[in-house]
Design a protein around this ligand. Structure first.
Ligand SMILES: Cc1cc2nc3c(=O)[nH]c(=O)nc-3n(C[C@H](O)[C@H](O)[C@H](O)COP(=O)(O)OP(=O)(O)OC[C@H]3O[C@@H](n4cnc5c(N)ncnc54)[C@H](O)[C@@H]3O)c2cc1C
Length: 419
């Protein structure tokens, strides 16, 4: 096994914060469900978050305590997430930044503790209290529990199969942190697949549920971690999916219910719902591509970003008779169809250009339009061609596309690229 590290911020007593001095964060609005099964109703109760800022006093306090940080003094040696650095990391690595945002998140509805998101740390308590008390709104804040850092063991991807089976075993399946991921949703997603694989194994059919990256974010995650060597705790970002406009919450059932039914993972009644949804989706697509309003095809109207797809029911009696959720999905499919096809085309192009020579690139960190984590990975791995670059663990599809564009810009016109 190998080791990663992670940290957590101090927790504050909710009643000790001056809420007049911090900014309230407004929620996004509409609630979404992945499933149309129904059941529990949405609650109207909301836990409100606030933001404040860590300025020069907090940064100085972090720098002065850095010698006492196990993350820095070597007593914790595992690699941590670059996308979620500790506060002392931010203070040391980004000296140009004069301020860092801090999110005050209540820990549960009506809870007495508030999480100081963005301030994960393993600094001594004296530095932590100085950092916290320097934040606007936290001048008299009481720390209920101190930030700390931990190391944990995980199995490298080469030990993990696409069905999440641990290499060398018949019926041990892995999920969550032990796969090198970090995060509640990542653990839950992997748990679903490991559970299905374990059940399949008991029934003599282990490969029955293997989600693909083209159809789900869980598939993207498994393709990223199984067989590859992670360089840091893995978090699933939507930018890791090449066709992310297809992987939407509104079409989760349209994408995956058929897989659930064919894998034996569905509940009674799901298959009938699936057939009904398929019929309605087909009807909605037909209507959108044949009926007009004000002389314009409904499908064309859907492609205009400002168009409110919720108004379609008022424009067509046939659409009004369908499930509004299905009409919404059919309308968004029309809206994003061009983007989804372009993304598919770009991935085909990247595949076609896999032999493009990268020896002309001396410094990958200078290529615009790709994430800094990927620039670091490229600089370290120094791939010989685009095919090798695309295979570097953790390289996001969007970064592979960005690299191709950047490299093609570097090559003088008329030069053979090797593709
Ligand atoms: C300090 C810290 C802060 C974090 N903050 C966040 C955050 O804000 N947001 C986020 O998304 N993620 C966060 N994470 C990551 C997230 O908590 C983990 O990635 C996730 O909980 C992993 O889930 P898991 O099921 O793999 O493991 P765990 O949640 O650790 O569950 C493993 C369970 O197995 C039990 N167990 C262990 N050994 C045995 C045994 N022999 N027999 C029976 N039971 C056993 C343990 O008691 C535990 O309950 C944080 C992690 C840490 C350490």
């Amino acid at each position: 096994m190998e080791r990663f590290k992670t940290g957590t911020p101090p927790r504050l007593l909710a009643g000790s914060i001056d809420y007049d001095a911090v900014e309230q964060q407004v929620e996004e609005g509409a609630c979404w469900r992945f499933s149309s099964r129904g059941g529990a109703r949405f609650s109207d109760r909301r836990a409100v978050c606030f933001t404040t800022r860590a300025g020069s006093r907090a940064i100085d306090a972090a720098r002065s305590g850095i010698d006492g940080s196990p993350l820095f003094d070597g007593s914790i040696g595992g690699r941590g997430p670059r996308y979620c650095p500790s506060f002392e990391d931010k203070a040391a690595r980004f000296p140009d930044r004069l301020e860092h945002p801090v999110f005050l998140e209540p820990m549960g509805m009506g809870g007495r503790l508030v999480y100081a998101g963005g301030m994960s740390t393993s600094l001594p308590r004296s530095a932590q209290i100085e950092m916290i008390r320097s934040l606007p709104g936290c001048g008299r804040a009481v720390v209920a529990s101190w930030g700390y850092a931990v190391e944990y063991g995980y199995f490298p991807g080469e030990c993990i199969g696409r069905d999440l089976r641990l290499a060398g075993t018949d019926n041990v399946f892995l999920a969550g942190q032990v796969c090198g991921t970090s995060g509640y949703e990542e653990a839950a997603g992997l748990g679903l697949v490991a559970g299905a694989s374990a059940a399949g194994s008991a029934a003599g059919d282990v490969g029955r549920f293997r989600p693909q990256g083209s159809e789900s974010f869980i598939g993207v995650m498994i393709e990223d971690i199984a067989g590859s060597n992670l360089e840091e705790p893995y978090r699933l970002f939507s930018s890791r999916a090449s066709n992310r406009l297809h992987l939407r919450q509104d079409n989760a059932e349209a994408r995956l219910l058929a897989r659930a039914v064919s894998s034996g993972l569905s509940r009674p009644g799901d298959e009938a719902r699936l057939r009904m949804m398929e019929r309605q989706l087909e009807e909605a697509r037909t209507v959108l591509n044949t009926e007009r309003a004000g002389g314009r095809l409904l499908a064309d109207m859907c492609r205009v970003t400002e168009f409110d797809v919720g108004s379609l029911g008022a424009m067509s009696g046939r659409l009004a008779a369908l499930d509004p959720g299905v009409v919404f999905t059919a309308a968004l499919d029309e809206r994003y169809m061009g983007h989804v096809r372009r993304a598919e085309g770009r991935m085909r192009e990247v595949e076609r250009m896999s032999s493009v020579d990268l020896s002309c690139v001396e410094d990958f960190s200078g290529i615009d339009g790709i994430s800094w984590e990927s620039r670091e990975r490229l600089q370290k791995a120094r791939p010989a061609n685009m095919g090798e670059a695309a295979l570097i663990p953790g390289m996001r599809p969007s970064d592979v596309e960005g690299l191709l564009i950047g490299v093609l810009r570097m090559v003088p016109r008329g030069t053979k690229t090797g593709a």
